[in-house]
Design a protein around this ligand. Structure first.
Ligand SMILES: [Zn+2]
Length: 296
């Protein structure tokens, strides 16, 4: 049970000293404690203006830092829920359970905060190395969200691969937009503006011509670089193809358990995965955050 410190308050309209109008209990879901959901009872002060010509009448106290008006969760519980899903790999239902709230309550509380972060374009500042890759969001119907579905399956994701002054990779997800096409990436780059595009010096991508075309058209100053994950994938595929071809040419049948070329197929893979480290040493200077995301 909480309440604010007693203090003199003026009417927000006419400024005349307000009179207490009693208390009103408001329930707020707070950050869980000792593995249990926590419910705060906020004994809110209500005030009344006694100035006869003032239109205000009575009102209830309000503290932005504690909870937004009409909120069901405290502001710190909202940020706790966001951080659980973003940094601790918590499931949405797990967060709901820990807070002792329904999914609708939690989502309704955190969505305005997430929206404000998505609308904040300062994250696009000082991006020098930019990564792009497709992302499959789900494997069910692409029925629109407005119609109760999950919306588009395929998305194009962009990642900030810039290094800070200590050489640490930022590896921050910048955006996800619907579509897995060059046009989706080109439109996103166009929307970022000239200042953003001219700042990008390295553009990493998966081996997809659509993205390459978008980079050629919109990031003329940047060096296009294939990301490490796809380099290893393509290299492994090339060696596998060669192994199968030699198998066919020399023994005239598909590899089976007794064939030496079949037996070494797994042996080569771990050796080949050493390639990206050498690539970095050679000065590509780009250990792809996208690759780490996919492998991780
Ligand atoms: Zn007043």
């Amino acid at each position: 049970m909480i309440e604010s410190e007693p203090a003199t308050t003026g009417c927000r309209s006419c400024g005349v000293v307000a009179y207490s109008h009693g208390r009103r209990d408001v329930l707020l879901i707070d950050v869980p404690c000792f593995g249990r959901p926590v419910l705060l009872v906020w004994r809110k002060r209500t005030w009344r203006c006694h100035e006869s010509r003032c239109p205000v009448g009575s009102w209830t106290e309000w503290h932005e830092g504690l909870a937004r008006p009409r909120a069901l969760l405290t502001t710190r519980a909202c940020w706790w829920a966001i951080s659980q899903t973003r940094r601790e790999h918590a499931s949405v239902s797990g967060v709901d359970r820990q807070l002792g709230a329904t999914s609708k309550t939690v989502w309704g509380s955190i969505e305005p905060l997430l929206q404000a972060m998505a609308d904040d374009e300062t994250r696009f500042e000082k991006v020098v190395a930019l990564g792009v890759d497709e992302h499959i969001w789900h494997h069910v119907s692409a029925k629109p969200i407005e119609a109760g579905g999950r919306g588009p399956k395929e998305l194009t994701g962009t990642v900030d691969l810039t290094r800070d002054q200590q050489g640490r990779l930022r590896a921050r997800l910048l955006d996800l937009v619907p579509g897995r096409t060059g046009a989706a990436y080109a439109d996103w780059l166009t929307a970022r503006g000239e200042a953003f595009r001219s700042g990008v010096k390295v553009a990493a991508l998966d081996p997809f011509q659509g993205y390459k075309t978008a980079i050629d058209d919109h990031l003329q100053d940047a060096v296009a670089a294939l990301d490490a994950f796809h380099m290893v994938k393509l290299g492994t595929a090339a060696v596998d193809e060669c192994r199968r071809r030699v198998q066919q040419e020399t023994l005239d049948h598909r590899g089976s358990k007794s064939d030496p070329l079949y037996r070494i197929q797994k042996l080569k893979r771990p050796r080949f995965s050493a390639v990206p480290m050498r690539v970095t040493a050679l000065g590509w200077g780009l250990r792809s955050g996208l690759a780490r995301t996919r492998l991780g």
